[in-house]
Design a binder for this molecule. Structure first.
Ligand code: FPP
Length: 237
């Protein structure tokens, strides 16, 4: 009798190490980000092959605005270029793209591209690719709390109606399952303000490889590590 290997429904990825990858090769940091797009593509392919339903990528944090203007500008260009370039393949693969984070801070042009890729891939049913952009968990919680406070002030929400489910529903990830597995590449072992609420019971995996070196095989390896973990959700087995 073979026992089915547990597959995470949702994998969330902190793509770290692009800058170091570029520096090791004497290239501009932004070239590391360009190389990183191939790893996003590889992860989507591996996720689909394994039956993972959601993959979230931490592509731009609220703190990333503090990077040199040229790097921020290069990331915005890459984002717009990738949206145009990748949309046909994503549509063919049945991938739906969703954006989390506060997009109002992006230029009109970038917002237009984000709205467009969400609309153009809305029919995708095999996998949801979530892009966390101008995202941080505390900022997401701040926005959620403001929303609930506004309802309370308007008299449409009683304080005792604020349940965990109600809070979860006020987050950007409202109708998505929580991540089962969080991966951060480059050997750093931090969450850096990423999906704090949602990762309450997630497994964590910190491979040493830099993000541009994260291949389909690396994704498969992460799933193998996950399959060997013993998830108990606070209970005894
Ligand atoms: C972290 O590496 C990576 C980022 C801040 C950006 C990730 C973005 C992409 C891979 C591509 C752009 C996104 C899309 C959706 C097209 P780092 O620069 O912090 O690396 P370091 O720690 O080595 O300096």
């Amino acid at each position: 009798m073979s026992i089915a290997k547990p597959i995470p429904q949702h994998v969330a990825i902190i793509m770290d190490g692009n800058g170091r990858w570029a520096e090791q090769r004497g290239k501009e940091r932004s070239e590391g980000h360009v190389a990183g797009v191939a790893s996003i593509r590889a992860s989507i392919r591996a996720a689909q092959r394994n039956g993972v339903r959601y993959v979230t990528f931490y592509a731009f944090s609220t703190e990333n605005w503090g990077r040199p203007a040229a790097e921020v500008e290069a990331l915005m260009e890459l984002l717009c270029y990738s949206v145009i370039n990748e949309t046909p393949d994503l549509q063919r693969q049945g991938v739906r793209v969703r954006v989390i984070g506060e997009r109002a801070r992006f230029s009109e042009k970038v917002q237009g591209f984000l709205n467009r890729i969400e609309a153009d891939t809305a029919a995708g049913e095999t996998l949801t690719m979530v892009l966390a952009l101008n995202y941080s968990s505390r900022d997401e919680l701040r926005r959620a709390v403001q929303r609930l406070a506004r309802e309370a002030a308007a008299g449409t929400l009683r304080p005792d109606e604020i349940t965990e489910a109600r809070i979860a529903a006020a987050l950007d990830t409202a109708d998505m399952p929580d991540p089962d597995l969080v991966i951060r590449t480059s050997g750093e072992q931090r969450l850096s303000n990423f999906l704090l609420w949602q990762s309450a019971y997630a497994e964590f995996y910190f491979p040493e490889v830099l993000w541009p070196d994260f291949t389909e095989e690396e994704f498969d390896r992460a799933l193998e590590v996950y399959a060997r973990r013993d998830r108990r959700f606070g209970r005894l087995k």
